[in-house]
Write a protein that binds this ligand. Structure first.
Ligand code: ZN
Ligand code: ZN
Length: 411
């Protein structure tokens, strides 16, 4: 018997380095996680360089690599993927930005880079969409609100470049920066001009918008300027279904990860109460994944939270979060006909409070896998596993072979 479908579980930023406050164990090693251990014991384990040894991955480039898309050829910036995550359909060649609403004072100085963490900006974004005109540049655009103070902007037009700076000055009390081209290319200059024009026109619209007038009356920061960051050109991504012959869905709160999924053609599945943080509805995600598996070959689930603790340098919190995740994974070992892959997208060591290039532990569990002697899920335990040390790009081909959907290479 072989399994016929794949549950691909990515625990974001899970892996770590030995932490002195945990007796030199990693948070994963120090945590109690009987479900993950049982998957490791009955599966095959290994360690994985998400992109390549020594390369520190972002969550975006790591997820692309795990799905088999080489970030070196298809990734120029986070913007286009954030656009996909907010529901903008990106076509190859379009330029995408991640944006946020911010506040400037009447004399033009930035006073709050998150506009008082404004929520529900849909009406503001619609007004900008309807009112800004970039026709003189030959550019069409889509501007959409994301979660909280976030938004996304996509440009469509001929000869546009993506090598431009941001207008976010990264501090309060100074005016926003002008967006400038990073080199001497005409397409980058054109994009920079259009960005500055977009910012100017949208600021005029936002200054007069009733929602902002109301916020000012209530003593709240008006969302009266848009910051543009992370410019990138949408690459050409072969649809996942065509690449692997598998149809699939993605379950992720983070718009970046959901955007990567939808950019490669995975169906995005909404789940109530998912936050991309430690209070997320993990149980709901797992339940939704199990429902999806009844009619999908492949389901990608991203669980955020461990990454946050790593960035905060909080090893004990990270350990407690791993234990919480493990409790919610209780249905997994009993899943029939399913190959379960568990991994992280990168390490986020508490000691450095950022992503590192340390390899991450992997489990592949399901009918037919050649189990190894490893009976726990941990960075050092999995280094002794039967998968050895692989790269992110190897993982899906291995999983696809185990569900009998790989094609013979040669005769
Ligand atoms: Zn990540
Ligand atoms: Zn991170």
């Amino acid at each position: 018997m072989t399994a016929s479908r794949i549950l691909f579980l990515v625990i974001d930023g899970l892996a770590d380095r030995p932490c002195p406050e945990l007796d030199n164990l990693t948070p994963l090693e120090a945590a109690s996680h009987p479900v993950l251990d049982s998957l490791a014991q009955n599966g095959v384990t290994g360690i994985m360089d998400p992109i390549a040894p020594g390369v520190r991955p972002g969550s975006d480039t790591a997820h692309l690599a795990l799905l088999g898309y080489d970030p070196k050829t298809c990734y120029t910036g986070r913007g286009p993927l954030e656009c996909e995550g907010t529901g903008i359909r990106m076509e190859p060649g379009m330029i995408g930005f991640r944006c946020n609403y911010a506040t400037i004072s009447p004399d033009g100085l930035v006073t709050d880079r998150r506009a008082g963490r404004v929520r529900d900006t849909a009406a503001l974004s619609q007004a900008v969409q309807d009112g800004v005109d970039l026709a003189k540049f030959g550019i069409g655009f889509v501007f959409r609100s994301g979660a909280g103070h976030r938004a996304a902007l996509a440009f469509k037009g001929d000869s546009l470049g993506h090598c431009v700076s941001s207008n976010d000055p990264k501090q309060d009390g100074v005016p926003p920066s002008a967006i400038s081209p990073l080199g001497d290319n005409t397409p980058d200059k054109k994009t920079a001009f259009a960005c500055n024009e977009f910012i100017r026109q949208s600021a005029e619209i936002l200054a007069d918008h009733p929602l902002n007038r109301e916020r000012e009356r209530q003593g709240l920061c008006p969302a009266n300027i848009v910051f543009l960051r992370g410019a990138g050109e949408m690459g050409r991504l072969e649809p996942f279904g065509k690449k692997y012959g598998l149809d699939g869905s993605v379950i992720a709160a983070a718009s970046l990860i959901a955007g990567i999924g939808s950019a490669v053609g995975l169906e995005r599945v909404p789940v109530e109460g998912i936050t991309g943080s430690q209070d997320s509805n993990i149980r709901g995600k797992i339940a939704a994944a199990i429902r999806e598996l009844s009619h999908r070959d492949f389901v990608l689930v991203n669980i955020k939270g461990a990454d946050e603790s790593g960035h905060d340098g909080n090893a004990r919190e990270k350990k407690a979060f791993v234990e919480k995740v493990d409790r919610e994974l209780a249905p997994l070992p009993g899943l029939k006909d399913t190959l379960i892959v568990v991994c992280a997208d990168h390490s986020t060591p508490c000691s450095i409070r950022d992503h590192s290039a340390d390899p991450v532990p992997v489990i592949v569990h399901g009918d037919g896998v050649r189990t190894d002697a490893v009976n726990e899920y941990g960075e050092r335990a999995c280094a002794r596993g039967g998968l050895g040390r692989i790269r992110g790009a190897d993982l899906l081909p291995i999983a696809r072979d185990l569900i009998n959907r790989a094609h013979k290479y040669g005769a």
